[in-house]
Design a protein around this ligand. Structure first.
Ligand SMILES: *Cc1c(COP(=O)(O)O)cnc(C)c1O
Length: 251
């Protein structure tokens, strides 16, 4: 890559970042919240470590990835480039990948079953790390369960039903090497995000009654971060609006 190209990419990312930060500030203002209550996580899946380094240079502190195979080498390369960041694992996680994820992730957003809690805890202890875990809540099935649009399941999106969240939260809180951070969700496809995020906020409040330090609500992506912030999101996960479309990177 030429210096000219790197400079162009840097200005493109700077412009996108300013736009996303302005959206976050506007949504916070409407919700009567301070803009620094919301942490921006740059989701860099399908973009190179060079972009991670540019965004870090622009002041982004938190980054997320959704596949271990891609995240592991990219994060290693970002470290070589001098990036000191907090890394979030936001994708569906297989038990056999949990050791690798524990080696680089500070926060795992997609904890949705007890087997994963046990595996993450065991790897965290043996690596001498403390991993913050969020319970991923499935808002698709939640809506279906209360009788709204029982549309065909997208499948493979992950998450546990709201009724099962307290048990999983207790399991995380009771596991050595893990810290219960709060909740995460992806808005259901094809339905307004607002009511789903409102349900997520209720689930988060119930969790916080039992676990006062579990204050994180990870919700909102490029298309719906404004609605998520109005429903109390503390962490927004933004890919496209920062880095551009991913289609051209699919092989
Ligand atoms: C890809 C991804 C995002 C970012 O989505 P955009 O629409 O590109 O902002 C957020 N959360 C998860 C879990 C993702 O996989």
């Amino acid at each position: 890559m030429t210096a000219q190209m790197a400079g162009d990419r840097r200005s493109e990312l700077a412009e996108n970042l300013a736009g996303v930060r302005a959206r976050i500030a506007a949504a916070c203002a409407v919700a009567g919240r301070a803009a620094d209550e919301v942490t921006l996580i740059a989701i860099t899946k399908m973009f190179p470590a060079a972009d991670v380094a540019l965004l870090a240079g622009l002041g982004v502190t938190d980054f997320g990835e959704n596949r271990d195979q891609e995240a592991s080498p990219k994060i290693a390369e970002a470290k070589v480039r001098g990036v000191l960041a907090r890394w979030h694992f936001v994708g569906q996680l297989q038990v056999n990948k949990s050791g690798s994820v524990v080696s680089y992730a500070d926060v795992v957003h997609s904890v949705d079953r007890r087997r994963l809690v046990r595996a993450l805890g065991a790897h965290a202890v043996s690596a001498g790390r403390l991993i913050t875990c969020l319970v991923q809540v499935n808002l698709d099935q939640a809506a279906a369960a209360v009788g709204a649009h029982a549309q065909a399941k997208e499948g493979a999106r992950g998450g546990t039903l709201p009724a099962e969240v307290p048990g999983l939260a207790d399991a995380i809180a009771g596991t050595q090497g893990l810290v219960l951070g709060g909740v995460m969700a992806v808005a259901p496809l094809g339905r307004p995000a607002g009511p789903a995020f409102s349900l997520l906020r209720q689930v988060a409040e119930t969790m916080r009654a039992d676990h006062p330090s579990a204050t994180m609500i990870s919700a909102g992506m490029s298309g719906d971060l404004d609605e998520a912030i109005s429903e109390g999101a503390t962490h927004v996960r933004v890919g496209t609006a920062l880095l551009g479309g991913r289609q051209s990177f699919v092989r």
